[in-house]
Ligand binder design. Sequence first.
Ligand code: PEP
Ligand code: MG
Length: 602
Amino acid sequence: MKNRTAKTTRALASPKSGGGGQRRVFKGDPVGRGIAIGKAVLYGARSVSFPKYWINDSETKNEVQRFRKALSQCKNQMDEIKTKLCRIDSRDPISIIDSHILLLQDELLVRNAVSAIEKEHINAEWALNKTIAEIKQAFSKISQTYLRERKYDIDYIENAIQRNLAGQDQGLSKKVEPGSVVVAYDLSPAETIQLIRTKIAGFVTERGGLNSHTAIVARSLKIPSIVGIDAVFDRVGEGNMMIVNGETGEIIINPRASELEKFQKTRKTQIELDLKMKKEARFESKTIDGSNIKILANMELPDEMEFIKAYGAEGVGLYRTEFLFLDRPSPPTEEEQEEIYKTVLKKLKPLEVTIRTIDLGADKISAHNDYADQINPAMGLRAVRLCLRERDIFVRQLRALLRAATEGNLKICLPMISSLDEFRKIKKIFREVIAGLKREKVRVPDHVPLGVMIETPAAAIEIDLLAQEADFFSVGTNDLIQYLLAVDRTNELVSYLYNPLHPSVIRTLKQIMDTAERFGKEVTICGEMAGEPLYLLVLIAMGFNRLSMNPASIPKLKKILRMTRLTDTQKLLSDVLASDSYKENERILENKMHDLFPEYFQ
Ligand code: PEP
Ligand code: MG
């Protein structure tokens, strides 16, 4: 008798087809607004188990053949992807594929896996997994750098072979036609960017939270999208017609003709409204009683530059530079970064641009990351922690930023600071980099403001200490809420607990603003909360007068501001501060906004 177990989980693709013509409706969390209509493309993989079992002597020959067949199928698939990439002249991905093909033919891999099947009498999946683990172990002893470059490739190759052993579709090699609706189990921020660049109509995923970076990219690049739809990967069939309603979070699979017509009309109206709103964007962001609220834009990719001025931003409050590192095999060089930063600064001059140093880690994992397997990545080696460990990368970025600084109005901001000691360590490096550049006779402005993101509870609590040394603050509510409420922002299972109106969040924000004001420090809110109209009045009542958000939210927020009297917001704030529950806060705000701005809050 075979001892069959199915323990280990891997990301494997699920074979799908057809889907029939039955109309079905499902709901998730809307992230990118707007309506998408198109045919479904099932993309990528989902988590399933692969089997581990013992085999008899007589079965080893077949098992080895099965393994070799999976290897050759995998090689054919890689060749196919390579041919496609050659056509679009994409050199970096081609070199990754080449390294994958080499790995597939790696003698050690093939010999050891075959030997494990033959001598240990284990099935091909298990033998592969065991061999891969041994190779990774051996690499870790040879050299850190070597491992760093290969580990991602090795994991990828294991997944690809396992999928072939399971007879499953690779998914990722699939051609995604412009105008399709991508249906995935999960998408990384890097995959999302790639897909959006192929001009898909929209996407939906099973996994993911409203404030994950995938969601943030989707909002910024204005692509209708929904995350956290239960079992969506199993419910949609390849090629099914779909409507993605990024306003309500609903998808309709195989919609009726009347629904298609209705949503096509809605989409058209929305595009017209968007154009109208854009015209309004150039107006001031001033309340009726004359208070100026500075409205800035968040950006992830240089592609978004065109939206920034068009949507009426008064500068960039947060440029998430880690996105420059995500969809490529090696980090950008100092020169490449300098060019990009210079272009952004020049284009927006004289507007201010706050560039954040890389916040890699957690859900933003680059291909050249050696730390992708942390048990608790959001609390692990992320952002400045990673920069302090990988100093070369950090120094390269600081040098590039400072070299570009004379081109415009630059401020530099540091993510995930959790103590004054940590900030001081970074300041020391910052000073050394400036001194080094000056020795090289590079022109650096006399003062480049260096600010701190307030996004850990520790930083929020000791903001009075940080205020003595930081030039400015930027409140990252996405992480601050995640860490305050102990809710993983990327996990759809606990997204119901992620509440910006939780009394502890409100109190913390109030305390941040009061302290910063006491020290005369400039504060910007740059988390997703800043772009959500429902929270606007409470935030400005607390004193936040700088808000940075995804550009598409700007026109509406400005419009509401122009219809608001700041003095009238104080009563609302005291009601919210006096309340003991987020549900109550939601009710208070929804009622108030509905009364004041019925046109915008239905
Ligand atoms: C935040 O945490 O609110 C923030 C702006 O940073 P990010 O979303 O990139 O973590
Ligand atoms: Mg953050």
